[in-house]
Design a protein around this ligand. Structure first.
Ligand code: UT7
Length: 334
């Protein structure tokens, strides 16, 4: 039997309309546009406003766009999963809400938590369903409503995050396209450096957890930066090397958008110039699991069948990794 590869056959995305600019952030905390631009590279971010709107609100829109662009009947979707750190609720899953609202009524659904590396984890999971031969149509959604867990009195974290969501369709092919190789890693020593401490089973929500602001992201930025730079670049370099990809053969690097300096370091490590690196951090900030699919969504028009893409991400846990994708179609599907 021919080997089955899992290939991305379409992409959808959604970012909210409302913009939070650096000027807005400067009204909230003691910071400057110059600091945010030079240290991180963010100019503005999108924020999801409105009571009761969670991550599923964006996921539903991304999946609806994906189904429309690919002309797929939602009833054919067999698996729908979402990588997110900001689920609508502890339970039920955000994936079940998205499936219900997009007509994916025959799908097995689940949420996956891989923090900022979530899309890579979910992509490998989705690809494995396809590779098994039992599933033909799998949707992988990834995104976060980071503003729901951002403390707008903490200048060390509030300029960083935004909201957004992307979704891809995976289908089988016996050609050499799709998710060609994956490298995923974890180091639990990262726990205390990047965490939302309150509201889980270790520290259930209480007046005290709220008073201590433990329902917000805590990040020891300097430590996370140090690990992110080396682990993300190492993973990307290793996957390029073990697939014998020279710098000229790499069509695009698709990095997690946490800090322009980390993105720069990853590109330098691979010896690839910045014009081959997808960067939209200046407009969207860090949307956690959403960053990589949102890049693919924005660059879809420029992608060609056979392009070699190196995806790389790093996040809480720590979790990180890299994926080698051989792109499966030319240009935009619309
Ligand atoms: O996506 C998941 C993974 N996350 C990441 O990969 C993020 C990794 N970390 C980073 O990107 C960076 O560490 C940050 C952008 C979070 C911070 O940049 P940094 O260059 O590491 O700054 P720092 O934390 O070392 O702070 C430098 C200085 C400090 O002042 P002192 O102690 O040198 O006087 C901070 O108090 O900058 C100060 N500072 C600010 N100043 C103006 C921190 N935040 C701000 C701010 N505006 N918003």
């Amino acid at each position: 039997m021919d080997k089955i590869n899992a290939v991305i056959t379409g992409i959808g995305g959604y970012v909210p309309e409302d913009i939070l600019s650096n000027a807005d952030i400067c009204q909230m905390v003691d910071t400057t546009d110059e600091w945010i631009m030079t240290r991180v590279g963010i100019k503005e971010r999108r924020i999801l406003k409105g009571e009761g709107k969670g991550t599923s609100f964006m996921g539903i829109r991304a999946v609806n766009e994906l189904l429309k662009k690919t002309n797929v009947d939602p009833k054919e979707i067999e698996v729908l999963c979402i990588a997110t750190t900001t689920a609508d609720y502890h339970f039920p899953t955000t994936a079940s809400i998205i499936a219900h609202n997009t007509g994916c009524v025959n799908a097995m659904t689940f949420d996956l938590q891989g923090a900022c590396a979530g899309f890579l984890y979910a992509l490998e999971n989705g690809a494995n369903y396809i590779r098994s031969g039992r599933y033909k149509k799998v949707i992988v959604v990834a995104g976060d409503k980071m503003t729901a867990i951002t403390n707008y009195t903490d200048r060390t974290t509030c300029p960083l995050f935004g909201d957004g969501c992307g979704a891809v369709l995976l289908e089988p092919t016996t050609e050499e396209f799709g998710v060609m190789d994956t490298l995923l890693r974890t180091d639990g020593n990262g726990l205390s450096h990047l965490i939302m401490k309150g509201g889980g089973s270790a520290y259930p929500a209480s007046h005290q957890t709220v008073d201590n602001k433990e329902h917000y992201v805590f990040q020891d930025g300097r430590v996370v930066f140090k690990y992110a730079v080396s682990y993300m670049a190492d993973a990307a370099a290793e996957i390029a090397e073990r697939n014998h990809l020279t710098r000229d053969e790499i069509s695009w690097i698709v990095p997690h958008q946490a800090n322009l300096r980390i993105i720069d370091a990853t590109a330098k490590r691979l010896g690839v110039s910045m014009d081959k690196v997808m960067v939209n951090i200046q407009r969207y900030g860090n949307t956690s699991a959403g960053t990589i699919p949102l890049c693919l969504w924005e660059w879809e028009k420029q992608l060609k069948k056979g392009d070699n893409l190196i995806l790389a991400a790093f996040g809480a846990g720590f979790t990180w990794g890299s994926v080698y994708l051989k792109w499966g179609y030319d240009g935009d599907k619309t």
